[in-house]
Design a binder for this molecule. Sequence first.
Ligand code: GLC
Length: 538
Amino acid sequence: MRQPSPAPLEPADKNWWRDAAIYQIYVRSFADGDGDGTGDLAGVRARLPYLVELGVDAIWFTPWYLSPLADGGYDVADYRTIDPAFGTLAEAEKLIAEARERGIRTIIDVVPNHVSDQHAWFKAALAAGPGSPERELFHFRTGRGEHGEIPPNDWISEFGGTPWTRLDDGEWYLHLFATEQPDLNWAHPAVRQEHEDVLRFWFERGVAGVRIDSAALLAKDPALPDFTVGRDPHPFVDRDELHDIYRSWRAIADEYDAVFVGEVWLPDTERFIRYLRPDELHTAFNFTFLACPWDAELLRAAIDDTVAEHAPVGAPATWVLCNHDVTRTVTRYGREATGFDFAAKAFGTPTDTELGTRRARAAALLSLALPGAVYLYQGEELGLPEVEIPLDRIQDPMHFRSGGTDPGRDGCRVPLPWTADAPYAGFGSDTEPWLPQPESWSSYAADLQSGDADSMLTLYREALRLRRTETGFGDGPMSWLETDPAVLAFSREDGLVCVVNLGEEPAELPAHTGVLLVSGALDPEGRLPRDTAAWLRN
Ligand code: GLC
C-alpha cells in the first residue's frame, strides 16, 4: 500500500514503479527551448519545476534518438545519439540527473522491432546486396510471381498496405510499420547483443526504466508464411521466442534496479499476462482500460479483468487514458462512439467537448484511485482536445498509408500551450511550431489554468498531491461497493472510497466522513451529478 511520506520520492524505494504516476513526454511537442519550433531537451529542463509541481514520480520520453522522424522518432537511426533537433547526449545525461535530484525518474523508449532506414545497419545491408550477411540482420526476401513482383507474403502493415518494399536489386524487405522502418531479424544473435548493449548504455546513464515499443511483434516465423486467420502460432504476433528475449533483458535491468513497461497489445489475457511473469517485464500498458468506452458496466468489467489477470503473477496493473497514438480523452469521451478511437478515426466527427471534459475529469479521479501505476500523457492535465490538423500540415505516416482516410495521430501531438498571451501560446518563441495550434489553444495555457481553482490542471495537481500524501492509493487491494449499476464505487485501504457516476441521474454518495476531492460540484442535495467523480474518506 502507498504510504504517506514527508519525502515523497525516497530514492531507496525500489518498488517506486508499483504505484508511480508517470508522465509521458512527446519531446517534439512539449516545450521548445531553443526557439526553432520543435520541442527539445532544453525545453524539458526548463519545465522541470512544472513537473515537480504537478507531482509526478517519473517521466517517460518517447524516442529522443537520432532519427529522420519518418514516424515521429520511432524510426531510430542511432540509439547512442540524441537527435540534434532535441539536444545532445550530454544534455540528456544532465536532464536525467536534474530530474532525479528533483525526485523524478526517467524512462526511455526502446524500439526493438525495427530501425530507421537511415540506421548504419540498414544502409550497409542495402549496399552489400542480396545474399550478404548484412542483409541477415533484417528480413530480405525475393518476391513471388514470375518476376518476383508480388510481395513475399500477404501480411498487412500496422499502418495499412503491404509491409514489403521492393528494392532496385529485386529483393523485398519487411517493415511492419512505415517503409522507413525496416524490421530487424530477432533470430540473429547480433540483434540481441546490440539491444542488450543499448539497454546497458542507458542504464549506465541513470535511466530508471524502459518502455518497450511494439513489444509483442519482434519475433517472426522464419518461414514468413502467409497469414491465415486463426493460424497458431501467429507468424509475427506474441510468439513464444519473445519470452526468452525478455528474460535476458530482465537480468540486465535487475543489475541496475531498472524496470520495463511493455507496449503489449493482446486481446488474450492469458497470453498478455505471460509477459509479466516475475522474471520478465515488470509492467505493461493496460490497453483494455484505455480502449473502454465511458460505460459503467464495461469499465467495471475492464477493471475487474485487469485486476484478476495481474493477480497471479504479482505484477501491478497500469492505468492509462491516452497517449501519443490515440485520440485525446476529452474528445474521445465527447463523441457518440465513445470507445477506442485509434484505427477507425474519421475527419469531422461531431464532438461535445464540454461533455468530454466533464467525463475526462471524472476519469482522471477514477484512474488515479485504481490499484497500481498510472500514466499521464502531456496535455492531458491541461484537458487538451484532439485537434483536426489541416490536410497540408499532416505529418503522420499513418494518415498517408491509410490513403488519406484516417487523420492519423498528429491531432494528439500538437505543441503544448504554456503561456496564454505569448506567441504560439508560449510553446517556444515566435517561430511557428512544427504542427499548427488551433485558435483556442491559448485558452488552455498552463499559466491561465494555474491560478484557476476549477481548471483541469488544478484538478490533476490536487489529485496527484492527495495520491501521494494520503493513505490507501497505489498498489493494494480494492473492493466494489454496492451501488446502482450506473455508478462505480470502490473502496481501498484505510477507508478511501472512489465513486464515479456514469448514470443520467444524480447519485447519493456512499457513507463517508469527509470528501477529499470532487471532479465537479455536488448538487444542492449533496449528490454526485452525472459524469462526476469523488474521492471520499470513510
Ligand atoms: C508504437 C508507437 C507508435 C509507433 C509504432 C511503431 O505503437 O507507440 O507511435 O508508430 O510503435 O514504432
